[in-house]
Design a protein around this ligand. Structure first.
Ligand code: CR6
Length: 837
């Protein structure tokens, strides 16, 4: 089209599509323009929320310019791209982050202030985009920030759920769930691409024919279809013009399909089918580290992987390259097993639709995909029942059986006559009914498999993937230790500390090279610096105390030690052990004389986190925490020596207040169960010490900060099985301190003890699967060391500074660079760098 335009038209377009200026007046104009036209409001009936909307729209205009520029330049260069497939992107709020990353926060601050509003209030009006459960979803969000910041050509692909993770309210101490209506008001951070719509089939049957050469061809004829509509979420990098994309799919009924039902004269059925189509992307499954096995979840997985692959393949085809070039243009990272069907879908497209031979197709597939494993917990391993799968995806089932057949034939050739081995390695589990093991399929269909922390990556090699390591060799199984973005988790959430660090190091380069934080280590001897450091921590504690007052109606002193455990509620994370130790602390204080009490270190124990709605035991833990809090907080014998709070509805924006305010945080999973953890990194980055087991990334944090700056306790991963065995068969008695705590609960110190009986039962000898009893004594001792260390404030401030100073390794910039170099083989392209054009 453009070729036909006269020169003056082309010039006019070029002139008018220049980027907007970023001076105060232009920004104010754009805000007022959005107020008066987009929102159709007048200045006199503006509230904080409409001010937020207008500022968001003005910010978005600037994001879109960068997005267009980046994507336009990249489609010309057409470099190898990485596609990050994740069912969860836990983005949280966008406005503050977008302004900081684009370097516009200061200008917007001033622009807004003169228009009669205050930035902080406006920021508070934004609702979180909560399209994730916990660590896995937030990791995807941190990786997107780092990929954009480092100028990597990368796209995320996910689902646009109408409802994100449920809202949690506490009623009578119990968790209750409410829907998360995050789209009730327009979402300014997305662009609907109504022109990008892809048909996705389900069900039906497979036609088998012979082609002219006598080759058998399979053609899947779906029984139903739905439409996938694209919504794009721009992701700006920090201190770069580059702006990447997350494409989220929304399901809609197809026109064609509506017509079929209509022609059959069944209007009601056509409406029902339409509603069913929309259901696919209606809700995020609220399970963290557990598999629910619901049909709708499988539909989500196929809908999303098929739409994403279609999009990726369409982009590849524009370049007119050979199919064998596909892995040189495309890397696809599978975030856990959730997108494993993409492996099968690509094989199907190449063999059934593009007519490649099975072997050629399979070589392309395995060179393209790589797989990240995030857990070893058996209850989290995805398995799909074969009959259900066949009903939804008959052709894909055939392909999986073929992949498995060819794979097992090779195993048999390498290791003959070992039926046990074939059974263990098979993608199909011979159960009643048969099950598809998605982790095995992901390993077989990928060229690299990684764990998310050193300990975890080693563990998967000796447990769930042991046979695969022996078959493929060590090189396929690697470690990529998780990381977090310092932009959101320090610069944005802890602005005072960020400013102090920049001032101390002389510039803000550390925000793009976190290893520079080590320059802070030299400052531990500087008393004035230490004072500034600790004043900032106290300011952050005051801010958290205000949030606690508002949400829990409890007054806490910012001079007490703030002890935090915020994360999903799960038995393996042992919030139960934490609250039991709090009861122990309570009983100890109660038994003290006034003189003894004078030397107790005051502590505020802060909990937060959601339990999966169907996870009965986890929900009881929340109830116990709240029951203990109710008794402790009003006991005059305890006063400020101990306070306990459960902050409801823990999410990303609440974490941004909690993380900078912690003195000590708890990362106390049974060794070998927490694959990595990422909040541990965020707390230490903000000068908070941690108490933890030798699990996940704690091990590497210990290596970096040194044993004087971390509190480690409990058994090691390799000891766990022996301890369980001893408990079961040698009847090891319960820890005496723990016994005392249990008796107190059973005596009714905290509400009707009958309520907590199922919880207590998990501890009785032989059943204490998470080893609360055997770790209890060392846990109590470690907490006493924390108290003693905190009393020496000068020493503590040095530890706090050293913690931050040694966190360089845990930037997600380091993580994505390792992925880019060792798995994806992609290079950065900076959009300003005209040399690439
Ligand atoms: N639940 C791990 O449990 C890890 C994240 C991100 C988890 C956690 O230790 O830090 O992934 N696993 O790698 C899964 O979600 C399966 C998580 O968030």
């Amino acid at each position: 089209e453009k070729a036909k335009w006269p020169k003056e038209t082309v010039d006019l377009w070029a002139k008018l599509s220049k980027k907007e200026a970023n001076d105060i007046e232009t920004i104010q104009r754009s805000i007022v323009h959005h107020v008066t036209t987009t929102l159709a409001r007048a200045a006199y009936n503006m509230d904080n929320f409409s001010a937020y909307q207008a500022v968001a729209l003005s910010t978005r205009d600037r994001l879109i310019s960068r997005w267009n520029e980046t994507q336009g330049q990249l489609s010309k260069i057409d470099p190898k791209r990485v596609y990050y497939l994740s069912l969860e992107f836990l983005l949280g709020r966008s406005m503050d982050n977008a302004l900081l990353n684009m370097g516009l926060k200061g200008t917007y601050d001033k622009s807004i202030e003169k228009l009669g509003f205050n930035m902080e209030d406006i920021i508070e009006s934004e609702v979180d985009a909560a399209l994730g459960n916990g660590g896995l979803g937030r990791l995807a969000a941190c990786y997107m920030d780092s990929l954009a910041t480092l100028d990597y050509p990368a796209w995320g692909y996910g689902l646009r759920y109408n409802y994100g993770i449920f809202q949690q309210r506490i009623v009578d101490g119990y968790q209750t769930e409410y829907p998360d209506y995050w789209l009730n008001f327009d979402n300014p951070w997305e662009l609907a691409r109504l022109d990008i719509s892809i048909q996705i089939g389900f069900g039906g049957h497979v036609q088998t024919t012979q082609d002219e050469y006598g080759v058998t061809r399979h053609n899947w004829v779906p029984g139903q279809s739905v439409q996938a509509i694209a919504y794009d979420v721009p992701i700006p990098g920090y201190d770069t013009e580059n702006c990447n994309n997350i494409r989220l799919w929304r399901s809609k009924p197809t026109r064609v399909f509506d017509l079929t039902s209509f022609n059959e004269g069944n209007y009601e059925k056509s409406v029902e089918d339409a509603t069913n189509a929309e259901k696919i992307t209606s809700v995020l499954y609220p399970n963290d580290n557990t598999m629910a096995g619901k049909e709708l979840r499988l539909k989500q997985q196929y809908f999303w992987t098929a739409a994403s692959l279609h999009d990726i393949v369409r982009r590849f085809k524009k370049s007119m390259r050979e199919w064998s070039d596909f892995p040189d243009q495309v890397a696809i990272q599978l975030n856990d097993t959730h997108p494993t069907l993409a492996i099968v879908e690509l094989q199907r497209l190449l063999v059934d639709e593009e007519m490649l031979s099975w072997d050629d197709a399979w070589e392309i597939v395995t060179k393209t995909f790589a797989f990240t494993n995030h857990t070893v917990l058996p209850e989290a391993m995805e398995k799909w029942s074969v009959p259900m799968f066949e009903y939804l995806l008959p052709r894909h089932l055939q392909i999986i059986f073929d992949i498995n057949l060819f794979f097992l034939q090779k195993v048999e050739k390498k290791v003959p006559n070992d039926r046990g081995l074939l059974n263990r390695m098979s993608i199909i589990e011979e159960a009643q009914p048969q099950q598809i093991r998605m982790a095995h399929l992901a390993v077989v269909g990928s060229h690299k498999v990684n764990g998310v922390a050193a300990l975890h990556s080693n563990l998967i090699k000796t447990t769930i993937f042991k046979d695969f390591v022996e078959y493929y060799g060590e090189e396929k199984f690697i470690n990529m230790t998780n990381g977090v973005t310092p932009r959101r988790w320090l610069h944005q959430s802890n602005p005072q500390l960020s400013a102090l660090i920049t001032q101390t190091l002389g510039n803000d380069k550390w925000l793009k090279d976190l290893s520079l934080l080590k320059g802070l280590a030299a400052k531990t001897g500087d008393a004035a610096f230490r004072k500034k450091w600790m004043t900032i921590k106290r300011n952050n504690k005051v801010r958290l105390a205000e949030l606690i007052k508002e949400r829990c109606q409890v007054e806490v002193s910012p001079d007490a030690l703030f002890d935090v455990q915020v994360k999903r509620i799960h038995e393996y994370k042992r919030q139960f052990m934490n609250i039991l130790s709090v009861i122990h602390r309570y009983r100890t204080i109660k038994s003290m004389t006034a003189a003894q009490k004078a030397s107790v270190q005051p502590r505020v124990v802060i909990f937060g986190g959601k339990a999966a709605p169907g996870y009965y035991i986890a929900k009881l833990v929340i109830k116990l925490i709240n029951s203990v809090a109710a008794v402790v907080n009003q006991d005059p014998a305890v006063g400020d020596l101990l306070k306990v709070v459960f902050i409801p509805d823990y999410n990303v924006s609440v974490a941004e207040v909690i993380v900078p305010a912690s003195d000590i945080s708890q990362h106390i999973s049974t060794a070998g169960t927490e694959a990595s953890g990422t909040s541990n990194m965020k707390f230490v980055l903000n000068g908070g010490l941690i108490i933890g087991t030798l699990d996940g990334a704690n091990v590497e944090i210990l290596e970096e900060v040194g044993e004087d700056n971390i509190f480690i306790f409990g058994c090691m991963a390799h000891e766990v099985e022996d301890i369980r065995h001893a408990q079961r068969y040698r009847g090891v008695p319960m820890d005496p301190a723990l016994q005392g705590v249990i008796s107190a609960i059973e005596k009714g110190t905290f509400e009707d003890p009958k309520i907590f009986q199922p919880l207590i039962s998990t501890l009785t000898v032989g059943k204490d699967f998470y080893l609360i009893s055997s770790d209890f004594a060392s846990y109590i001792a470690a907490n006493q060391q924390v108290d003693a260390a905190y009393k020496k404030q000068e020493e503590w401030s040095k530890k706090s500074i050293l913690c931050t100073a040694h966190m360089g390794k845990f930037s997600s910039d380091r993580s994505v660079k390792e992925y880019a170099d060792e798995i994806w083989n992609i290079k950065p392209y900076s959009v300003e760098d005209e040399g690439h054009l």
